[in-house]
Write a protein that binds this ligand. Structure first.
Ligand code: HSE
Length: 321
């Protein structure tokens, strides 16, 4: 097997759910993202096999160096196990994504970890094997759902039909689609945001939700951003249960819409809110308007306008040598 001395991989932020598609839809953003760097360690440096976390930046000291608990290290170790190689690998993680923000931070670390180690050995793993390695890392933090890992790995907008690569369907990205994102400085743990969800739904809710997902998929195929936004917003199950965890949701939505946004949904488990727009200047104005709501309330926040990464342009190897 080919082995390199070091490799580096990038994995982008993702917005899961698209409002109505809880756990089954997600999209990749062009940026920001996480970077994982790995090096083959000499046996003198470290005995035994497996991944050792050597450094983490951008996390304000909050992430664990324990390789059994760190998402990047768990997925990196899964790749080593799948390859059956006895090597020791040193790993550095540079967090470009805020933690617990609804932008797929743990998934990005997991995907970058898997990709970097795979690159170290000449990229022998199939997409399916990479997906399952990354899923192991993600699961350590937020359970088995691929609506962040899927788009992170593949780019674009994805429909998650199952947990294997051939069950992840790539949906068209409307050309004029631009998103405005705002992230208030409030952490919402995915576990908490999942614990507040109802355990059962009524037949009426099920019908409305599946109809909205179908409407969304159809709108994406037609490149109809207004209908896409309306379908995303018509979630009658998840947002009502989580809204109390998202500060100023109603006010932010109203401000974004006044600026011309077509719809606003919670990104993943929140608290990032995502406004759907069909014009760059409007998205910029919506981002500023959403930020202004938090400013006025004395809640720190960051906002930006960004595009969805094209299909096939998700996580990638940056360097191998
Ligand atoms: N679909 C997940 C949720 C994404 O909303 O809980 C967060 O990991």
């Amino acid at each position: 097997m080919t082995t390199y001395a070091r490799a580096e991989a990038y994995a982008p932020a993702t917005a899961a759910n698209l409002g109505v598609g809880f756990d089954i839809m997600g999209l990749a953003l062009c940026e920001p993202g996480d970077v994982v760097r790995v090096e083959l360690a000499s046996t003198e440096q470290n005995g035994g096999s497996g991944v050792r976390v050597m450094g983490i930046t951008g996390d304000a000291g909050r992430l664990t160096y324990d390789a059994d608990k760190n998402t990047a290290a768990i997925s990196a170790n899964e790749v080593l196990k799948t390859l059956g190689v006895p090597h020791r690998v040193n790993l550095w993680l540079d967090k470009g994504l805020p933690l617990g923000s609804g932008l797929g931070s743990s998934a990005a670390s997991a995907v970058a970890g898997a990709l970097a180690v795979n690159a170290l050995f000449g990229e022998p793993l199939t997409l399916d094997e990479l997906l399952s390695a990354a899923m192991e890392g993600e699961a350590a933090v937020s359970g088995y759902h691929a609506d962040n890992v899927g788009p992170c790995l593949f780019g674009g907008i994805t429909l998650i039909g199952g947990l294997s690569a051939d069950q992840i369907y790539r949906l068209p990205v409307p050309k004029r689609l631009v998103l405005a994102l705002v992230t208030p400085n409030v952490e919402v743990l995915t576990a908490l945001a999942r614990s507040v969800l109802p355990k059962t739904v009524t037949m009426r809710q099920m019908i409305a939700q599946t109809a909205a997902v179908a409407r969304l998929v159809d709108a994406l195929h037609r490149g109809d951003i207004a209908t896409m936004a309306a379908a995303m917003e018509s979630d009658g199950i998840i947002e009502p249960a989580r809204a109390h965890l998202m500060p100023m949701l109603a006010e932010v939505r109203a401000a974004a819409k006044t600026a011309g946004a077509l719809g606003v949904v919670i990104s993943g488990a929140g608290p990032t809110l995502c406004a759907v727009c069909d014009d760059e200047a409007i998205a910029q104005e919506a981002a500023e308007a959403m930020q202004a709501v938090y400013d006025a309330a004395g809640i720190g926040a960051t906002a930006c306008a960004t595009r969805v990464a094209a299909d096939g342009v998700g996580a990638r190897v940056l360097k191998v040598e």
